[in-house]
Design a protein. Structure first.
Length: 388
C-alpha cells in the first residue's frame, strides 16, 4: 500500500512510519515541526536526542535500503494538504498530526484556541482533500480514549445501542472529555463520521489510550532512528514520567488519590495497531472505531508497578490534583476490534520497565528538573507556566 503518515516527525508517527516501511509499504511522512517549537516555547527537550526528520529518513535508507518520502508543511494550510495528497496519491492516510497534550491546551485561552483550531482545521482540510481527490482513500485517524471520559457504564467501541421510550437506535457513544485537547478529538470524530455519511468516505478512528515506551524493533537499528521521549509535566505521559522520576530519585507524582484509571499500551502495540487498521480498511461509508488500548490500570497502580521494578527505594507522593477529573470511578472498556484483527498485546512487564529505566539512565543528565512539576491548573483560566 501507499501510506501517508501525517505527524511523521512525532513520538508515535516516526516509529509507525518505520514499521509500515519495514512491512513493505510505500511510505511518505508529513510534518510542520511544530512539536519541536513547543519544546522551545516550554524550555524543554526530548529526553532522548532526536535527529532532523530528513536525517532520520536518510539513515533509514542507508540501514534498510527503503525510502521514506518527506513532505514539510502544515495541515491547516489547505494548499499543502491537497498538494501532498495529489503528489503522493496514498491508498491510506494515517493522521497523527495534532497538538496532543491536555495540559498544553489548558494553559490559557490562546493555547486552547490554538489546539482546537490546529486539530479541527487540519482534519477538516484533510477530509475535504480526500473527498475531492480520491474518496477511496482510507483515513486512519488517531483519536483518544479520553474522548469518552469515565462514564458509570461500560465503554463500547465508538457506538452505543440505546433503547429510549420503547424505540432503539445506534448512536455515537456519548462523550465527556476532560480537557480542551480531548474535546478537539471529539469534534474531529463527529466531523469524520459526518464525512463518511455524506461523501461515503472510509475511516477508522483509533481511540488510543496512554502510550508508554520508547523503543520499537525498527528504532533500535540505529541511535539516529530514535523517537522522542517526553518527561515534562506538559507533554510527558504518566508512566514515562514515573520512570524518569524513579531514575532521578524524585518522588513519583501521583495526582490526587491516584484512583483514576486509564487505558494504556506499549508503543510497539501502537505501531502494530495502526498497521492492522491500514491493512484491513473500513468499508466505503463506514466510520469504524477501535479502542486502542491493551490494559486498564489506575495511576496509583502504575506508580506502584514502577516502584516495584526499580532496584532502589522509590517514594510515591500524592500531589493536589492540578486537573479536574474523577479520582475513583467505574472503568470497563470493550477493546476487541484490534484483537480480532490479530493484535497480540505486550502487557506491562518488568522487562519493559527495566529497559525504559536504561533509556532514562542513559539520558538523565539532559533532564531539566523544573520541568517535572505540574504548573498548569485546570481550575485556573490562566497559568504561570509561560512566565516562569
Ligand atoms: P507528537 O506531538 O509527538 O506528534 C505529533 C506530530 O504532529 C508532531 O511532530 C507535530 O509537529 C505534528 N503536527 C502537529 N500539528 C500539525 C499540523 N497542523 N501540520 C503538520 N504537522 C503537525 O504526538 P504523539 O504522542 O506522537 O501523538 C500522535 C497522535 O496520537 C496525536 O494525534 C495524539 O492525540 C494521539 N495520541 C497520542 C497518545 C500518546 O500517549 N502519546 C495517546 C493517545 C492518542
Ligand atoms: N498523572 C499523574 N501524575 C503525573 C502525570 C499524570 O497522576 O505526573 C495522571 C493524570 O492526572 C491523568 C493520568 O495520569 O489522570 C493520565 O495523564 P497523562 O498526562 O499520562 O495522559 P493524558 O493527559 O490523558 O494524555 C495522554 C496523551 C494524549 C492522549 C491521552 C490518551 O498526551 O495525547 O490522547 O494520553 S487518554 O488518556 O486515553 O485520553
Amino acid at each position: 500500500m501507499r501510506i501517508l503518515v501525517l505527524g511523521g516527525d512525532g513520538y508515535l508517527g516516526w516509529p509507525t512510519a518505520l514499521h509500515l516501511s519495514q512491512r513493505g509499504h510505500e511510505v511518505a511522512v508529513a510534518d510542520n515541526f511544530v512539536r519541536r517549537q513547543y519544546d522551545l516555547e516550554m524550555g524543554v527537550d526530548s529526553l532522548v536526542p532526536i535527529e532532523s526528520l530528513q536525517t532520520r529518513a536518510e539513515v533509514w535508507h542507508s540501514v534498510t535500503g527503503k525510502t521514506i518520502e518527506v513532505h514539510v508543511g502544515d495541515l491547516t494550510d489547505a494548499d499543502f494538504t491537497y498538494g501532498t495528497l495529489r503528489a503522493f496519491r496514498p491508498d491510506t492516510v494515517v493522521h497523527f498530526a495534532e497538538q496532543r497534550a491536555a495540559p498544553y491546551s489548558m494553559i490559557d485561552r490562546k493555547h486552547a484556541v490554538y489546539t482546537q483550531v490546529n486539530n479541527v482545521t487540519g482534519t477538516l482540510n484533510l477530509l475535504y482533500a480526500i473527498a475531492e481527490i480520491d474518496r477511496d482513500i482510507h483515513l486512519v485517524k488517531l483519536g483518544t480514549m479520553g474522548e469518552y471520559g469515565t462514564p458509570n457504564i461500560d465503554i463500547e467501541e465508538g457506538w452505543l445501542e440505546v433503547e429510549h421510550n420503547g424505540r432503539r437506535d445506534r448512536v455515537l457513544y456519548p462523550k465527556r472529555p476532560g480537557s480542551f485537547y480531548h474535546l478537539s478529538k471529539v469534534h474531529d470524530s463527529h466531523n469524520i463520521e459526518f464525512a463518511c455519511r455524506i461523501w461515503g468516505l472510509r475511516a477508522t478512528d483509533l481511540n488510543q489510550g496512554v502510550v508508554y515506551g520508547q523503543q520499537t524493533p525498527e528504532t533500535v537499528l540505529d541511535d539516529r532512528l530514535a523517537t522522542r521521549f517526553d518527561y515534562d509535566a506538559v507533554f510527558g505521559t504518566v508512566l514515562n514520567r514515573f520512570v524518569i522520576q524513579a531514575v532521578l530519585g524524585h518522588p513519583l507524582t501521583v495526582y490526587g488519590t491516584g484512583g483514576q484509571t486509564r487505558g494504556i499500551l506499549d508503543i510497539r502495540d501502537t505501531v502494530r495497531c495502526v498497521q492492522l487498521a491500514c491493512e484491513n480498511p473500513a468499508a466505503a461509508g463506514e466510520f469504524r472505531v477501535f479502542n486502542q488500548m491493551t490494559q486498564s490500570l489506575s495511576v496509583r497502580r502504575i506508580a506502584e508497578t514502577v516502584a516495584e521494578c526499580f532496584p532502589n527505594d522509590v517514594e510515591i507522593t500524592r500531589l493536589d490534583n492540578p486537573r479536574v477529573e474523577r479520582e475513583e470511578h467505574y472503568y470497563n472498556v470493550t477493546h476487541t476490534g484490534l484483537v480480532d484483527l490479530g493484535l497480540v498485546p505486550h502487557l506491562l512487564s518488568d522487562t519493559l520497565i527495566t529497559s525504559l529505566f536504561d533509556v532514562a539512565k542513559r539520558h538523565a543528565h539532559r533532564v531539566r528538573p523544573r520541568a517535572l512539576s505540574p504548573r498548569v491548573h485546570w481550575r485556573q483560566s490562566t497559568s504561570p507556566v509561560q512566565q516562569s
